[in-house]
Design a protein around this ligand. Structure first.
Ligand SMILES: *Cc1c(COP(=O)(O)O)cnc(C)c1O
Length: 401
């Protein structure tokens, strides 16, 4: 019943966002007119170089960083890989091969850590508790003499919980341990200040705040060494070879300025719409909101509904014109429940019935109303045909929610 008359409700902004007009306009100029290579010595190249310097300064300013501390990358995954591997290998040179992280990081972080474990590094994965928020004290207790790196995400991409980044940063600075944060979901959505928060390395990605896909940045505090993993030209001070994605970087600077200038209004709108969705969907019996009710991004709602499969829910919502997710885009297609929901301590059968709704300021009240109206109907339909639900209802199995 996929039907072109149904207006699509796009509620998967944690997977990616639509580009904003300001970002597209900024990008177009650098695709059509200022297309020189910033490394070329002629006028076209120097125009591009000047523009690149300007974008670097604008992006740095939004993080309270210096322009020389910003390295452009192909996105959040590359920034995470480079930061973590660099800090690990740098620590290993001084005999430090211990890393601290959490159990619910993005796979760009977790899979990099798994690889380092196979190379002989030891990783402590901190418990994220039932509410999906760690305490800075857990980090303090886990730091050892041989700890090379602490990497804790700023905001979780599946459940939206915010971590106490400034406290963790202060602790790491005091104990002289390098602190990296994957801030891909946070930048442009909540205030981020690398100096006030004592952050040594930070990853961001443009397509999570209405920029283009395939472009991001890594902030590295002056004095913190950064290794290069892509050899070639001398771009990015020799730390990341390859002709700069000038158009993508132009769009990223425009999108970030726009996001930061409108942060309060955007957050207020997203929070209002999400509150509506949370209160509407919480009326579904045997349901649960995942992650702390207050320490969260304004735009992400993640809920579990007992007795259903998240995948079936998504497909039926898609038929009804609602694009949502069961967790992260990266795990969809696999039958395993989300590692994030399992890290919160949810049983497998409950974690399977999850739904992530992630809004941006482009969503409307009508979108929230459509979600509140449609999800309960689809959940009821799926429960009606579910043998698991029947067993729960006639008492053969105990309800877990
Ligand atoms: C999207 C995302 C990434 C990956 O960023 P890409 O630019 O898509 O590589 C990393 N971490 C988090 C928390 C994300 O949400």
């Amino acid at each position: 019943m996929k039907n072109s008359e149904i207006k699509t409700v796009y509620a998967d902004n944690a997977a990616t966002t639509a580009m904003s007009d300001v970002a597209i306009d900024a990008m177009t100029l650098y695709l059509k007119e200022v297309y020189g290579n910033p490394s070329s010595l002629h006028t076209a190249g120097q125009k591009a170089k000047e523009a690149l310097d300007g974008f670097r300064a604008r992006i740095a300013a939004r993080l309270n960083a210096d322009p020389a501390e910003i390295y452009f990358t192909s996105g959040g995954s590359e920034a995470d890989n480079q930061a973590i591997r660099s800090a690990a290998y740098n620590g290993a040179k001084r005999g430090k091969k211990h890393i601290i992280s959490t159990a619910f990081e993005h796979h760009a972080v977790l899979h990099t850590l798994k690889k380092l474990e196979r190379e002989g590094f030891e990783v402590t994965y901190l418990d994220v508790h039932e509410n999906g928020v760690i305490d800075a004290a857990q980090v303090g207790n886990a730091i050892r003499r041989d700890t090379a790196l602490v990497t804790v995400m700023f905001a979780n991409n599946e459940i939206g919980t915010l971590q106490p980044i400034a406290e963790i940063g202060a602790l790491c600075r005091e104990r002289k341990v390098t602190f990296h944060t994957d801030a891909v979901q946070a930048v442009g959505h909540v205030p981020v200040d690398v100096k006030a928060m004592d952050i040594d390395m930070l990853s961001l990605s443009a397509h999570k705040f209405h920029g283009a896909k395939g472009v991001g940045a890594l902030y590295v505090r002056r004095g913190v060494p950064l290794a290069s993993f892509i050899e070639g030209g001398a771009q990015e001070k020799g730390r990341r070879a390859g002709t700069e994605n000038l158009a993508g970087i132009a769009a990223m600077a425009a999108a970030l300025d726009d996001a930061c200038d409108n942060m309060n209004a955007n957050a207020e709108k997203e929070r209002r719409l999400c509150d509506k969705i949370i209160s509407g969907l919480s009326r579904i019996p045997h349901s649960k909101l995942n992650g702390d009710r207050n320490k969260r991004l304004p735009g992400i709602v993640n809920m579990c509904f007992e007795g259903i499969e998240g995948e079936s829910l998504l497909l039926l919502l898609d038929d009804a014109g609602i694009c949502a997710s069961s967790g992260s885009a990266c795990t969809s297609g696999s039958l395993d429940p989300s590692h994030v929901l399992l890290a919160l301590g949810l049983p497998h059968e409950v974690a399977h019935g999850s739904l992530r709704i992630s809004l941006s300021e482009y969503n409307s009240d009508a979108d929230a109303d459509a979600i509140v109206e449609t999800v309960p109907k689809v959940v009821a339909y799926l429960r009606n045909i579910s043998p698991v639900w029947e067993a729960l209802e006639n008492g053969e199995k105990p309800h877990l929610l």
